[in-house]
Write a new protein. Structure first.
Ligand code: ATP
Length: 366
């Protein structure tokens, strides 16, 4: 009987619990044993009680819970081979031969490394007599499948990462609250949202709330952005707008990669434009809370597909992750998506913003 483990890794995202629930239940449905690895890769490195067998009722009610109930962590040990060697030994000790990992690009890169290294980890464990030759033969093939869990929607080759629509909804709700008070006092608000390399949350929040100006890393504003922004906002005010909302992604910068901070923006609005201006940093409220209906549905469907992909995988197959393309759940090669995701960050670092925008998609153009 196959034993399939599920874990969450990297930053938590609403919908991760839905994914874990779906993986556990689909695994049981397929007549396999289900396990949960607690605290991300740390649980794999520690082994023992950190890897728990799961039954149907263990995930009851998880769809509506925020965060990740099996914990997540940033694990330095797993970045090095000795940590991955311990992880391999712990998995064999528990009899686990399939793994579903829900995390961001770092977690999924780690998963691919682990899968590639697996045969040599096994040889090392066998030559140091930590596993038997029979175990080495029995576990020679490890199936790993990724699910993309991240609020940032920063992963290539999928329309939406698990959690991004819940987070966007939370941001819009917060901006609506701020709108009401801004309107009352005719104030300006500079709102900082999450997104270090990816401006999707800022961009979509701007579109969804009718913000006056948005700063995102992939498509920085023109060289003379101070005058550009002030002209637009002055215009909006001249047209009778009583409030001003500027959304700044955490990783926003100008075309020379100098950070555009909320304070810098505020100084312009309150200085030259003489607007009564406040800054609101939304922070971790963007991560917490219940998953929206879309994330519940997608995490469930993707979790089911992840188990199918683990069961279908053949020796020599490339690692896959489960993606959403035009509302269809599909399997995609993991490494290409990781490479494209990293190419966006590199394009930004190299100030090749046209490339960054074209890799992200048309919605980042304007
Ligand atoms: P987020 O998008 O929220 O930042 P992430 O999955 O990208 O999520 P990371 O901190 O990059 O978050 O990665 C999570 C964990 O995955 C790391 O702490 C580490 O244990 C493992 N990991 C990341 N990159 C690698 C790698 N190249 N090799 C091995 N393990 C890795």
């Amino acid at each position: 009987r196959k034993r399939i483990a599920v874990m969450t890794s990297g930053g938590d995202a609403p919908g991760m619990n839905g994914a874990v629930r779906a993986v556990v239940r689909m695994t049981l449905q397929e007549n396999c044993e289900a396990y949960a690895v607690m605290e991300g890769y740390q649980g794999l490195v520690e082994g023992g009680d950190w890897i728990k067998q799961m039954e149907w009722a263990d995930v009851r009610g998880w769809l509506s819970e925020g965060g990740t109930l099996i914990g997540t962590a940033r694990c330095q040990d797993f970045r090095e081979r000795p940590g991955r060697l311990r992880a391999a030994k712990n998995m064999i000790e528990k009899g686990i031969n399939g793994l579903v990992i829900c995390g961001g690009d770092g977690s999924l890169t780690g998963a691919d490394t682990f899968r590639k290294e697996w045969p040599s980890l096994l040889s090392q464990l066998a030559s140091s007599k930590e596993i038997t030759a029979a175990e080495q033969e029995e576990y020679k093939f490890l199936n790993i499948v990724g699910l993309v869990g991240s609020i940032d929607n920063d992963f290539a080759d999928t329309d939406a990462t698990i959690g991004c629509y819940s987070s966007l909804g939370r941001i819009c709700e917060a901006v609506d609250y701020i709108d009401a008070t801004a309107f009352s006092h005719q104030r300006a608000f500079v709102i900082e949202v999450m997104g270090r390399h990816c401006g999707w949350l800022a961009l979509m929040a701007g579109v969804s709330t009718g913000a006056d100006y948005v700063f995102i890393p992939e498509n920085p504003p023109p060289e003379d952005w101070e005058a550009h922004m002030c002209d637009i906002i002055k215009n909006h005010r001249a047209l009778g707008k009583r409030k001003t909302i500027v959304i700044v992604a955490e990783g926003a910068h100008d075309r020379d990669l100098n950070k555009i901070s909320p304070t810098k923006v505020k100084d312009l609005l309150s200085g030259p434009l003489k607007l009564d201006t406040r800054i609101t940093t939304l922070g971790h409220v963007q991560r917490g809370g219940q998953a929206c209906a879309y994330d519940r549905q997608m995490s469930t469907l993707q979790g089911v597909e992840a188990v199918r992909a683990v069961l279908d995988a053949k020796p020599g197959d490339a690692s896959h992750f489960i993606s959403v393309v035009e509302n269809k759940i599909v399997r995609k090669p993991l490494l290409e998506a990781v490479a494209t995701t990293q190419a966006v960050a590199e394009a930004i670092e190299n100030k090749d913003f046209d490339k960054a925008v074209s890799l992200r998609g048309d919605e980042f153009k304007e």
